[in-house]
Design a protein around this ligand. Sequence first.
Ligand SMILES: NC(=O)c1ccc[n+]([C@@H]2O[C@H](COP(=O)([O-])OP(=O)(O)OC[C@H]3O[C@@H](n4cnc5c(N)ncnc54)[C@H](O)[C@@H]3O)[C@@H](O)[C@H]2O)c1
Ligand SMILES: [Zn+2]
Length: 362
Amino acid sequence: MTSVTSIQSAGYSVFIGPQALGDLNSFLQKGGYNKGKLFILVDEHTARHCLPSLTAQVALLEGASILEIESGEASKNIEVCTRLWRAMAELGADRQSLLLNVGGGVIGDMGGFVASTYKRGIPFIQVPTTLLSQVDASVGGKTGIDLDHLKNEIGLFSVPQGVFIWPDFLKTLGRREMISGFAEIIKHALIADKGYWTQLQTCNIADAVVWEELIRHSVQIKNEIVLADPKEKGIRKALNFGHTIGHAIESYFLENDKRQLLHGEAVAVGMIAEAYLSFKYNDFPELELNEVTSFIKSHFSYVEMESMADHRLLELMRHDKKNEKGALNFTLLNRIGEYSINKHATVAQISEALNYYREAAI
Ligand SMILES: NC(=O)c1ccc[n+]([C@@H]2O[C@H](COP(=O)([O-])OP(=O)(O)OC[C@H]3O[C@@H](n4cnc5c(N)ncnc54)[C@H](O)[C@@H]3O)[C@@H](O)[C@H]2O)c1
Ligand SMILES: [Zn+2]
């Protein structure tokens, strides 16, 4: 058994491993929370697959009030928040209440936002249940919702009381969702750890023992970065590798009601396109570009985007929160495991990168 069971973040701990729900139980007992003040946010999938194991292992949660929303990115909006605030008010939630967000990144981001704004802020806990939220979204204190289809446009930095990662939740997660989470793992390796990248080439993500190792490693990488720069003034932008183009693609698919594209699937496209920008304009070696493209291609299906989409994708990129003084801001790779932040690319260069994706990733 691996030794680290908790990682210290900015004012809270991240518990990882088979004992994580036991740790949650002790945490709630120590905090003196009473049943009437505990609220659990779920969607229909986590209500079915995760809530039973949670309440079986965390006795205090048996009497908690359950708030359920419809699953999916389309729920991450202000209307759903209003319904949640109203339900909490009706159920008597107050500043002594605690909200537990039990689900993927949608539940975690929105639940964190709802808790942080309700009565000027009540405490919350993250219990991430997807690979993506276990390796990335639950750590770092970014909470928020989408504005129409603009990703995470409204929100705030707000840290949870604790993060409890129980890898067994992943047993019921579909393969497509697993691979989507794998995108953030790939990102962590590309920006910070060449050895991790090499390990990913041969690891079998269908193996539960492997997940736990990957979760721990990825949380460590993400946590180190957010501890150094909690509010994304500088190096935290490293975590946006693949996301300038990735978020625009995610928004584009959301607004066009096309085949639903998962966050990690959009980021996978973004990473290939941004690795190309890195090669063309940041001296990222061609050999490594080919390695990145073929590895991502081997895990993710090709995402068809007609060239007419580029105009809209660029408009969406202009809304990116990372932009400064009107220039589109990118995090690019120098080589695998090293990055540069605040790199700029022109419209023509971005179109070229999207075309590289269309030709190289098919
Ligand atoms: N805050 C951050 O730092 C951060 C980082 C990365 C991504 N995000 C956000 O996270 C979101 C994506 O998160 P996601 O990929 O977890 O998506 P998600 O929350 O939509 O979950 C994916 C699907 O899996 C289901 N599910 C969850 N746990 C399950 C389980 N154990 N078994 C079976 N089904 C389960 C959900 O109901 C949903 O249908 C995006 O909105 C993205 O913007 C936030
Ligand atoms: Zn992401």
